[in-house]
Design a binder for this molecule. Structure first.
Ligand SMILES: [Zn+2]
Length: 104
């Protein structure tokens, strides 16, 4: 009798999804005092489900953290967005994935 093996792959939610993407920077956030992923404003707005203007307003109010790249591009701390929203990280990651898929 032959033995059958079934392999089950469990996909885990991971922040790596974000850090591997082009438009994200994984770095230390001095305001969070922990490692975070910084994403562009369009993605930040998409994952948080708010307008880009609101993202900038939050950043101005120090509700979320902002990082400026050498190219002068504003990137937003995902950790702080997660904290600002009541949504879980998992949910945010899913909507970010969805957003990127739609944009392709
Ligand atoms: Zn932060």
């Amino acid at each position: 009798m032959k033995k059958r093996t079934a392999s089950i792959t469990i996909e885990t939610e991971r922040l790596l999804v974000i850090s591997r993407a082009r438009e994200s920077i994984e770095t230390w956030c001095t305001q969070c005092n922990e490692q975070s992923n910084f994403i562009a404003v369009d993605e930040a707005a998409a994952v948080a489900g708010i307008s880009e203007r609101t993202i900038f307003r939050w950043a101005e109010a120090d509700a979320i953290h902002l990082l400026e790249t050498a190219q002068g591009k504003a990137m937003f701390c995902l950790n702080s967005i997660v904290r600002q929203r009541t949504s879980t990280t998992r949910r945010l990651l899913r909507s970010l994935k969805q957003f990127r898929k739609e944009r392709e």
